[in-house]
Design a protein around this ligand. Structure first.
Ligand code: AHG
Ligand code: MN
Ligand code: MN
Ligand code: MN
Length: 322
């Protein structure tokens, strides 16, 4: 019988500062607790809306608020964390400690899937904190290349944790004892694909190059791309990116003309940047427009948005060429 190493053994074997490992372990453990609440749904009083609006002007679901509180409390109790930032909180929350790490997160990605029992997830990103002084929001605005770790948990058919600390991207599956076990030791994104993910209902609002790229794919074998494409849209970035890490594909959330002043819908610090680090380290490309790496975008505010075009390397090049 195959045995799957416990997450703690894997983590102990990683070359990384011990303090960083304690932060990654805290996130991993809290995601187990979140997976329980998510799976209990109505039984945990976790469905429906909270009756509040977040800084992004989105109506918060009860689970957005519950999972945000869980992760915030957990990380504020972690000795190596200096401050946290979240999709669901207007401002950063310092812990009162100095040095160590800053953590940003999307506590529940894909909120609109909760009430229909479709996949949701948690996304996290870890940055170094300044030494010798209290952290400020500006310390979070250093760009995705500075991430020392990033990853996500996806609460789907299986509950999985996918993360990167050093070079590679590693996947773990939650067992029936509530333990993460190493099941996907070296995740790689295939360079070629025939699958794209985009919210097609927004087609009329996109910029011309995005429309050209998708229209060429839709034309199939007899079109300019000379192959038949398949489409998927889970409406949770975490699950769409997970699919790309498992079998390739591209995921786009482009700028659209309804909100001309924002680059796209998704948020840079706790959606775009951590996913970009995973995709790049798995051999894919993560860009804003087919060309500019998301990891090179330096934010000016905590909740900055970013356009996203990521996935299989050759297909991202095709987006750039459209
Ligand atoms: P969140 O639930 O954290 O606000 O994020 C939702 C995001 C992302 O996960 C997903 O890809 C996208 O919104 C779905 O957008 P559509 O509503 O356009 O499908
Ligand atoms: Mn949201
Ligand atoms: Mn999200
Ligand atoms: Mn969210």
């Amino acid at each position: 019988m195959t045995t799957f190493a416990p997450f703690s053994d894997w983590l102990a074997g990683q070359e990384a500062p011990e303090a960083l490992k304690t932060v990654v372990a805290a996130v991993a453990e809290e995601c187990v607790a979140i997976s329980r609440v998510v799976s209990l749904g109505a039984l945990a009083g976790a469905l429906g809306v909270a009756g509040s609006v977040n800084v992004q002007d989105e109506e918060q679901k009860k689970l957005d608020v519950m999972t945000n509180d869980m992760l915030t409390d957990r990380l504020k109790g972690c000795a190596a964390v200096a401050a946290v930032g979240s999709e669901e909180m207007d401002l950063i929350e310092p812990t009162g400690r100095q040095g160590g790490y800053l953590v940003t997160f999307d506590p529940l990605d894909g909120s609109s899937n909760i009430d229909i029992n479709a996949p949701v997830g948690t996304i996290f990103s870890i940055l170094p904190a300044p030494e010798g002084r209290a952290p400020a929001e500006a310390d979070f605005l250093i760009g995705g290349r500075h991430q020392v770790s990033a990853g996500y948990a996806v609460y789907g058919a299986q509950t999985m944790l996918v993360l990167t600390i050093n070079e590679g991207v590693t996947g773990f599956t939650l067992d029936d004892q509530g333990q993460w076990r190493l099941t996907h030791p070296d995740i790689r994104v295939p360079a070629d694909t025939k699958e794209f993910a985009i919210n097609m209902s927004n087609r009329r609002h996109w910029a011309e190059p995005v429309r050209r790229y998708i229209d060429a794919a839709l034309a199939g074998k007899t079109g300019p791309r000379a192959k038949d494409f398949n489409m998927r849209w889970v409406a949770a970035m975490v699950a769409d990116v997970h699919r790309i890490l498992m079998r390739g594909g591209v995921f786009l959330y482009p700028w659209d003309q309804r909100e001309p002043d924002r680059p796209g819908k998704l948020r840079l610090l706790y959606e775009g940047a951590p996913m970009a680090l995973l995709i790049e380290r798995a051999g894919g490309k993560a860009t804003t427009d087919g060309t500019q790496p998301i990891l090179d975008v330096v934010p000016t505010r905590l909740h900055d948005r970013v356009a996203v075009a990521l996935g299989s390397a050759n297909e991202v090049d095709a987006i750039a060429a459209a």
